[in-house]
Design a protein around this ligand. Sequence first.
Ligand code: SF4
Length: 251
Amino acid sequence: MPVTLDPTYLESLPAEQLLRTVIGHFGRRFAISTSFQRDGMVIIDLALRIDPATRIFTLDTGRLPEETFAVMEAVRTRYGACIELVYPDAAEVEAMTTLYGPNLFRSAVAQRKLCCQVRKVRPMERKMVEFDAHAVGLRREQSGERAATPKAQLVSGKWKFAPIADWTSAQVEEYLAKHDVPRHPLESRGYPSIGCAPCTRPVSAGESERAGRWWWEQDGGKECGLHVTPEGRMKRELDVLLDEVLAAARR
Ligand code: SF4
């Protein structure tokens, strides 16, 4: 059946119908990109109910908490799913940590974004060569940076879908409980948003969902570059650092 890949039409679809549409359209050229947080777990559960062979990949940055591997194993067991782990380029990590140290993210926002480029953004770009489309668990409610997230958009020639962009936190909780979906162990310890171990802390009552990410920064934005690209001065600063790391990696 022909499918309309019109962002306005896709925006109008409920999450399950949107996923059914794009899985049917893209097949093996579609994947879920996830870090196994609760929003991503909704996407996984919905998609695997539609097609148990839906591809799932995750970025193993080398700094993930042990609990993230525990939930990966829970997903593998529960759904019989294969999870494709994507790693950063070893030479780039070596060059970066030799130049700036293993905990460079504490020194400056630009160095934190450099770490996210090397450990997340560049591996993601390499992995996306295998796909024409991917889905993520972004929701508009999560932060100001995500408030305008569309359900469907073309980014550098690839489709990016956020099927639950319009869901509330309560809807996510209701879905997870109803379908008894595996949960990331850190959620029950006060982590509503979970990334790399050294860059994530629990939040207090009243703080935003992403307040625990890079909490020491005043002006970095709570994004790693996968969903919001740095602009202006920050981008130029990051480009200089990245060029330096890539040159060192090639030596
Ligand atoms: S979240 Fe922290 S450790 Fe992970 S890639 Fe970004 S800066 Fe590096």
